[in-house]
Design a protein around this ligand. Structure first.
Ligand code: FES
Length: 151
């Protein structure tokens, strides 16, 4: 990690005015902004750690935790809500062992909610990566997750 960071950051030595492009570059390369990277960015630019954290925290585009290999999106739009999206989310949380916004320890899944997947007639829905699973029940969610774990 240290060597990789050095490689990414070496063109930015002392470039305080490049903080946002640096944060974007590091996140683009590593997928998120780990603590080690934040400290190294502060050292490279000469900015304080608190300044680097303050700027990165201000922008929603920056993440401080890694994302899973797969995205698991539970729709909470109106159509899905009235057809039981809460129960779908509860089951996804139970089966994955995480809560909304978290990533599984094995870095396989990040569980998030979304306003509408665009398949309202087939509610309730989830989207796993690019694939929509529709007309779900909590039992089906458990089966889908179990099935993927054994793949
Ligand atoms: S509200 Fe869920 S797909 Fe539109």
């Amino acid at each position: 990690m240290k060597e990789r960071l050095h490689e990414i950051l070496s063109p930015y030595e002392g470039k305080r005015d490049q903080l946002i492009p640096i944060l974007q570059k590091v996140q683009g390369e590593l997928g998120y902004l780990p603590d080690d990277a934040m400290l190294e960015i502060a050292r490279t630019t000469g900015l304080s750690e608190s300044r680097v954290y303050a700027v990165a925290s201000f922008y929603a585009q920056f993440r401080f935790t890694p994302r899973g290999k797969h995205s698991f999106l539970v729709c909470r739009g109106t159509a899905c809500h009235v057809r039981g999206a809460e129960k779908i989310l509860e089951e996804a949380e139970r089966s994955l062992g995480i809560v909304e916004g978290e990533t599984t320890k094995d870095l396989q899944y990040t569980l998030e909610t979304v306003a509408c997947i665009g398949c309202c007639a087939l509610a309730p829905c989830v989207m796993i990566d690019e694939e929509v699973e529709a007309k779900l029940t909590p039992k089906m969610v458990a089966e889908i997750i179990d099935g993927r774990k054994t793949e």
